[in-house]
Write a protein that binds this ligand. Structure first.
Ligand code: MLT
Length: 384
C-alpha cells in the first residue's frame, strides 16, 4: 500500500490511474510520494519514508532539490506535458507584442456611451494602434527543450525566420526541430540577431539575469522580449530602462512584479502558460505514471536530481534491490559483496554526485538490504 500526499489540486484524470494499492489526498500522513504543482516545499521537513516528489509541471524551483538528493528522494517533473499550452500563450504574446491589441482593447472600452458615433470614432482613432506583422521578422529562441522547439517550429510556420541556441538539446528534440531553424553558437549570438526574443530555460544561478542591461545594449533596436519561463531570467530594472529609451519596444511576460505592473509597453499577465485543462491533465497523468513506476519497479523516468534508469523485471521470483548512493569509486564493489544470492540483472547510472543502482537477485536474502545500507556512501536501499 502506498500513500500519496497531494499538496495542490491534481487532475483526477491523473490520480484515477493510481490503483487500489494507493491512498491519496491532501491529508495523507507519512507519504511515500508527494504530488505538487506550485506549493513551495522549501520550508518542509521530509519524513524518512518519503521516496519521491513529482511536480506536475516543468519547473522545479519550488522543491529543494539538493536536500532531496542528499536524502535519497527522487524529484520528478513532467517535461513536455504542458508544452503546447505554453507555446500557444507565447505565440499570443508575440502577437500582443506586435499589434497593440491590448492598448486597442483598452481604448475601445473608452468609447462606450457614444452611441451611433462609435463606428466613426473607431475608424478615426485606430491608426494609433498600428503594429508590425510577424512574417519575415526574426525570432530568437533561447532554450530548445520541449517548449522552445514547439515555439520555434510554430514561428517558422508563421513565416518568421528563427534562430536558436541550446547547449543541452537532446537528440529527440533535435529531430523534432524544423530544419529552417538556424542554430547559433551561444545565447548572445541569438539575442543580438533577433527582432523578437523568447526564453525557455529554467532559472538557475547560471541563467539568472540572462537578459541584463549589457546584453540589451547589444540587441537590435526595438527588440520585443518575451518571458514566459521564470521571473529572474530577465532583469526587470534593465528592461524598464530600455523601454523608456525605446531600445526595447515591448516586454511581455506572465510573471508580474510590482515594478513592471502598469508600466508603458509592458504587457503582464498572470502565470497562465500551463493553465489549460489539457495540460493540467497531461501533467497529472505523467506525474502519477512516473511515481507509480518508481514506487513499484524502482525505475526513474524524468527526474531532475537522479539519473534516468529503467530495468525491465525479468523473473517474478527475483528480489530487486534499489540502491541510491554517492557517485564514488569502489562503492558498487562493496555493495555487491553484501549480496548473498545470484545477481541476475543489474544496471547502474550516475548523475553528478549521485548514482542509482538496480540489482535483481535470485535467491536473495532481503536482510542484505541492511548490510548494503551500512556501506559508506549508500544513501538509501529499497527492496521491491
Ligand atoms: C511549468 O513550470 O510547468 C510552467 O511554468 C507552468 C507552471 O508553473 O505550472
Amino acid at each position: 500500500m502506498f500513500n500519496i500526499l497531494t499538496l495542490n489540486k491534481i487532475s483526477s484524470i491523473g490520480t484515477s490511474r493510481l490503483g487500489e494499492n494507493y491512498t491519496y489526498g491532501d491529508d495523507v500522513q507519512n507519504p511515500d510520494a508527494v504530488l505538487v504543482r506550485s506549493a513551495s516545499m522549501h520550508e518542509m521537513e521530509f519524513d524518512s519514508n518519503l521516496l519521491a516528489i513529482a511536480r506536475a509541471g516543468a519547473g522545479t524551483n519550488n522543491i529543494p532539490k539538493d536536500k532531496c538528493s542528499e536524502q535519497g528522494i527522487v524529484v520528478f517533473n513532467t517535461p513536455g506535458a504542458n508544452a503546447n499550452a505554453v507555446k500557444e500563450l507565447v505565440i499570443a504574446g508575440m502577437l500582443l507584442a506586435s499589434r497593440k491589441i491590448t492598448e486597442g482593447i483598452d481604448w475601445a472600452k473608452t468609447l462606450k456611451g457614444n452611441g451611433d458615433a462609435v463606428g466613426k470614432m473607431v475608424e478615426k482613432g485606430k491608426s494609433q494602434f498600428v503594429g508590425p506583422e510577424l512574417k519575415g521578422k526574426t525570432l530568437g529562441v533561447i532554450g530548445l527543450g520541449a517548449i522552445g522547439i514547439l515555439v520555434a517550429n510554430c514561428a517558422v510556420a508563421l513565416g518568421m525566420k528563427v534562430v536558436g541556441f541550446d547547449p543541452f538539446m537532446s537528440v529527440p528534440n533535435a529531430l523534432r526541430l524544423d530544419p529552417a531553424v538556424k542554430l547559433m553558437k551561444s545565447n548572445e549570438e541569438v539575442m543580438v540577431n533577433c527582432d523578437y526574443l523568447t526564453i525557455h530555460v529554467p532559472l538557475t544561478p547560471d541563467t539568472k539575469d540572462l537578459v541584463d542591461a549589457d546584453m540589451i545594449a547589444k540587441m537590435r533596436d526595438g527588440v520585443r522580449i518575451l518571458n514566459f519561463s521564470r521571473d529572474g531570467l530577465v532583469n526587470s530594472t534593465a528592461v524598464l530602462e530600455a523601454l523608456k529609451s525605446g531600445k526595447v519596444a515591448k516586454y511581455v511576460t506572465d510573471f508580474g512584479t510590482d515594478d513592471i505592473l502598469g508600466e508603458e509597453n509592458v504587457i503582464c499577465m498572470p502565470h497562465l502558460g500551463a493553465s489549460t485543462p489539457e495540460s493540467e491533465e497531461n501533467c497529472a497523468v505523467m506525474a502519477c505514471d512516473q511515481v507509480m513506476e518508481y514506487l513499484e519497479n524502482g525505475n526513474i523516468i524524468n527526474s531532475v536530481n537522479y539519473p534516468a534508469i529503467s530495468l525491465a523485471r525479468t523473473s517474478e521470483g527475483d528480489t530487486r534491490f534499489c540502491v541510491m548512493h554517492k557517485n564514488v569509486p569502489e562503492l558498487l564493489k562493496k555493495v555487491l559483496t553484501e549480496i548473498s544470492g545470484n545477481v541476475e540483472n543489474m544496471l547502474s547510472k550516475s548523475r553528478g554526485d549521485y548514482a542509482y543502482t538496480i540489482i535483481d537477485v535470485a535467491g536473495a536474502d532481503k536482510a542484505d538490504a541492511d548490510k548494503i545500507a551500512a556501506v559508506d556512501g549508500v544513501i538509501r536501499v529499497r527492496v521491491i
